[in-house]
Design a binder for this molecule. Structure first.
Ligand SMILES: Nc1ncnc2c1ncn2[C@@H]1O[C@H](COP(=O)(O)OP(=O)(O)OP(=O)(O)O)[C@@H](O)[C@H]1O
Ligand SMILES: [Mg+2]
Length: 236
């Protein structure tokens, strides 16, 4: 579904990804793990077309998306849950979710909106109870659900998650990862970027270890977890 070849990307004057290649198959969860500054967010933002790509190709469902704009890739079905969630704290849960719905000009837009909202509330019943509560008053776990829910409102094919477990208690992370498994079973493809490597790899079909802008190792989630020297060198 997604293939990255020789991707170089970064910021004015600093290259953060030095020619990485990776592949994400339809209906799988792929983890990209690595320490602070490894380039995880840069990878997600390159796919979302929010950072400059200097070289390489990103092919999604057969199309090179490198020259596309951020709204164009969302339209194709690549949607991200950004690092730190980025909710609108003064808006309610439903209002935040509404911001993820972008098919406003489509025929039957309001019916489609209701359908997506019902789907998200079915997935996260806790959020439904808090539909009219302002985002700032939610717990960290609930806020992450809203951030994931908002991305799902766009009806993605490929969901990009940038450290969704940040700041959450282990039990809350476990619940969220269970939801990711439910989403995979429903056919969604997921790229999960995490510093909590062990848990992320346990959940994933395949994983990549990023180290200062390069891919240091790759393999099935299980094989990376069980690899002594990779554990020691990169995953602590
Ligand atoms: N806006 C920016 N301008 C310049 N350099 C940046 C910018 N954002 C990130 N970088 C640099 O790019 C490199 C990769 O950063 P990136 O944010 O992708 O890492 P990360 O793996 O997501 O780290 P973390 O786990 O801390 O979120 C770092 O060296 C960082 O300093
Ligand atoms: Mg990051």
């Amino acid at each position: 579904m997604l293939k990255i070849e020789g991707l170089r990307a970064g910021y004015k004057g600093t290259e953060a990804l030095h020619g990485i290649s990776l592949e994400i198959r339809q209906g799988t969860i792929v983890a990209a793990v690595g320490a602070n500054g490894a380039g995880k967010s840069t990878l997600i933002n390159a796919l979302s077309r929010l950072v400059d790509v200097n070289a390489g190709a990103i092919t999604f469902d057969g199309q090179n998306i490198v020259r596309m704009s951020a709204p164009e890739v969302v339209e194709l079905g690549i949607v991200q849950v950004p690092e730190g969630r980025q909710l609108f704290s003064a808006l309610t849960v439903t209002e935040n979710l509404r911001l993820g719905f972008h098919r406003l000009r489509q025929r039957r837009a309001s019916a489609l909106f209701r359908e997506r909202l019902d789907y998200v509330y079915e997935l996260f019943p806790k959020l439904k109870e808090r539909a009219d509560q302002r985002a700032i008053t939610l717990s960290g776990g609930e806020q992450s659900m809203v951030a994931i829910g908002r991305a799902l409102m766009a009806d993605p094919k490929l969901l990009l998650l940038d450290e969704p477990s940040l700041g959450l208690a282990p039990i809350v992370v476990e619940r969220m990862f269970n939801v990711l498994q439910v989403l995979r079973r429903s056919g969604l493809t997921i790229l999960l970027v995490e510093q909590h490597a062990d848990e992320a790899l346990a959940l994933s079909d395949y994983g990549y270890v990023l180290s200062v802008g390069n891919i240091a190792a790759e393999g099935t989630g299980e094989s990376l977890r069980n690899h002594e020297s990779i554990q020691q060198a990169y995953l602590g």
